[in-house]
Design a protein around this ligand. Structure first.
Ligand SMILES: Cc1cc2nc3c(=O)[nH]c(=O)nc-3n(C[C@H](O)[C@H](O)[C@H](O)COP(=O)(O)O)c2cc1C
Length: 263
């Protein structure tokens, strides 16, 4: 029986793990994790997942950033196909707004994922999410035989953390700037700077970007005068946001190609 303090300990000690040992995950433990995952609340049980421990299969999935020591690779899916088929069996025709159902599906999926992550941590494992999965829906559909109207939301690399790999608890915005009682509050400049300071100083202290040489180059023609001693989370996330548009196929086109009718 897990007691409350254990749950909090797991939540507060969790951090993304990107390097795993050679220890295999037992079938029993993996099933335990999956069962805990699907105990999450649901709007309409629109979450399915595919997984593999086959290294060859993992290699086929290019461009997602799968960590090479991953023991089990999972992809969490919004599954409208199963829902529609159940509706048909009940004599109903699906005619709802696909955008709304996709949204519900993402809500369902997200809750399952967090349960899976915490359950894995509670069993001494670690994980890291892979956010590029939606952009790679074509290859994922091919490799895992995913039909139309089933769409990947995110991937997860799972395994036992390599003890030789340093991992740190990453900072978060101050709670008072994220949780508002009674009324949403737009942050003023000083408060925004407090958010940035908390994150940036935390990441710089941990040396995250310099260690990983993870600086994102600025678009062509823009002068980059931020060195690693100043390059931190708020700059990094901003560069991610400016880098993406135009460089990738719009997600809406990919979602439509996978059978969703979104106007
Ligand atoms: C939706 C989502 C997608 C993510 N995608 C990636 C990814 O592709 N590669 C990666 O190394 N980390 C990825 N992460 C992990 C985040 O970088 C990480 O959670 C964040 O930096 C906070 O660190 P922590 O998880 O150690 O607290 C992702 C996290 C989320 C929530």
């Amino acid at each position: 029986m897990v007691v409350e303090s254990d749950i909090f300990k797991v939540m507060h000690q969790r951090r993304s793990i990107r390097k795993f040992t050679s220890k295999n995950i037992s079938k029993e433990d993996f099933e335990k994790i999956l069962k805990a995952g699907f105990r999450a609340p649901f709007a309409a049980q629109l979450c399915s997942l595919v997984y593999t421990s086959d290294k060859e299969k993992m290699k086929e999935i290019k461009g997602i950033g799968i960590y090479p020591t991953t023991k089990i690779l999972m992809f969490f899916l919004v599954d409208l196909d199963r829902m529609e088929k159940i509706m048909k069996l009940r004599g109903h025709e699906y005619n709802t707004d696909d955008m709304m159902t996709l949204w519900l599906g993402i809500q369902d999926v997200t809750l399952v994922i967090e349960n899976v992550i915490l359950a894995a941590d509670a069993l001494g494992m670690g994980s890291v999410l892979l956010g590029v999965a939606p952009q790679r829906a074509d290859i994922l559909s091919e490799v895992f035989n995913i039909p139309k109207r089933v769409f990947p939301v995110v991937g997860l690399c799972l395994g036992y953390p390599d003890p030789n790999e340093e991992t740190e608890i990453r900072p978060r915005y101050p709670l008072k700037h994220s949780a508002f009682e009674d009324s949403y509050r737009e942050l003023d400049e000083a408060e925004l700077k407090e958010c940035m300071k908390e994150m940036d100083e935390g990441y710089i202290t941990q040396g995250y970007y310099i260690k990983n040489k993870a600086k994102i180059p600025l678009p062509e023609g823009q002068k980059d005068d931020i060195d690693y001693d100043k390059y931190s989370w708020s700059e990094h996330i901003s560069r991610k946001m400016i880098k993406w548009p135009g460089k990738r196929e719009p997600l809406i086109d990919i979602i439509r190609r996978h059978g969703f009718r979104i106007e």
